[in-house]
Design a binder for this molecule. Structure first.
Ligand SMILES: *Cc1c(COP(=O)(O)O)cnc(C)c1O
Length: 382
């Protein structure tokens, strides 16, 4: 009888539980670019590391199972994974995207691939009517982030999946913020899940990685060919770091989320703060929809201060919290989206979303919560 293992158990041991041959508990780093053939037409299954590498495969298989997908493909960064998704389309195709999303994703669609004839529309996907209004003859896919970055807007994955299924479109969900520990979009009807493994999966701000997870073998075959041909593959060492990061994903996320809830409540009470954007607050707009499709709220929040003169002071005064881009690691980071992660989003969209000179984003780590709150209190004032 095969035991159906739970998330935490798979995360800790990985798919193979270490190395069969030696008994090593930690899966080996196969730091090899090429592999010897036993004879003509007699490959070990490994030829060249851009096509196959055992350490990368262990990371891919582990993440695939955790996401509830058939296979995963490991890329050298999150944007490399999104670029591979774009290569599924061709000149003249139209893609609908959430308007509140990672700045690099925006840049890929609006700049790099617009020159190749790909058409992109950025809309508020939290209202499915907007999606229906944006559908065109040549629409091929919808790409969403939920909760979104940095305004934490929640899109109903099941509702969008209904639209994509009815219209023969692909639904791509960027699951970086909640990870499969809290949200599994494939089970809600998504076709492709993409990740920046740089964030929570890696978890320590020390690597770049990206993944695509899917169920459909035909799409997977196309994506594997794109992956191998365009070459932005995940290195053996970074694959190992991802495996290492995934081992503690559940406990890191739980502690980070616990800290985030406390920080969100602290910020809500602070008179210098105008509004807190966090899906874990019951009075927050996306709270109910998020609860219906995930089991957690994650560890990223944004907040708006009343006086923008306070922003440079906060960024200089924080001592434990670091003023740096990125998110999802054990260290708490504070970001100023308008000049950092979202600098390339056009002014009109930023204005519509509220990504302005008053907004800061926090990625909450696993430090002592009292230290973090004291640090914020000292930086923001009472
Ligand atoms: C960081 C991020 C990306 C891009 O990932 P990289 O690993 O930096 O290339 C994509 N989507 C989201 C939601 C992100 O936060």
């Amino acid at each position: 009888m095969t035991l159906k293992k739970s998330f935490e158990t798979i995360a800790v041991s990985g798919i193979s539980g270490g190395d069969e041959a030696t008994g090593a508990i930690s899966f080996p780093i196969y730091q090899a670019a090429t592999f010897k053939h036993h004879g003509l037409n007699n490959s070990t299954g490994y030829d060249y590391a851009r096509a196959q590498n055992p350490t990368r495969e262990e990371a891919e298989k582990t993440l695939a199972v955790l996401e509830g997908g058939k296979s995963a493909i490991g890329f050298s960064s999150g944007v490399a994974a999104i670029t591979a998704c774009i290569h599924l389309f061709k000149s003249g195709d139209h893609i609908i995207l959430s308007d509140d999303l990672y700045g690099g994703t925006y840049r890929l669609f609006d700049d790099i691939f617009r020159d190749f004839g790909l058409e992109a529309t950025f809309i508020d996907t939290t209202d499915t009517q907007n999606i229906l209004n944006s559908l065109k003859e040549n629409t091929k896919a919808i790409l969403i982030e939920t909760p979104s970055n940095p305004m934490m807007k929640v899109t109903d994955i099941r509702a969008v999946a209904e639209i994509t299924k009815e219209n023969g479109l692909l639904l791509i969900v960027d699951n970086t913020f909640l990870t499969p520990y809290y949200q599994r979009p494939l089970e809600l009807g998504a076709d492709l899940v993409v990740h920046s493994g740089t964030k929570f999966l890696g978890g320590h701000h020390d690597l770049l990685a990206g993944f695509i997870v899917a169920n459909d073998e035909e799409i997977l075959q196309k994506l594997r060919r794109i992956h191998m041909s365009t070459g932005a593959t995940l290195s053996p060492f970074d694959s190992w770091l991802i495996l290492r990061g995934i081992k503690t994903l559940h406990i890191r996320l739980e502690r980070s989320q616990e800290n985030t809830i406390k920080i969100a409540k602290f910020l809500e009470r602070n008179p210098k703060v105008e509004k807190v954007y966090y899906v874990g607050l019951e009075n927050f707009e996306g709270y109910e929809v998020n609860k219906g499709q995930s089991t957690g709220f994650g560890a990223t929040l944004s907040f708006r201060v009343k006086d923008k003169e306070l922003i440079p002071k906060i960024l200089e005064r924080v001592k434990i919290i670091r003023f740096a881009e990125s998110l999802g690691g054990v260290e708490t980071l504070i970001t100023y989206p308008i000049t950092q992660t979202h600098s390339e989003i056009p002014e009109d969209i930023k204005k519509r979303l509220g990504v302005d000179e008053y907004l800061l984003r926090l990625s909450v780590g696993i430090e002592n919560i009292d230290d973090l709150i004291k640090d914020l209190e000292n930086a923001i004032g009472k």
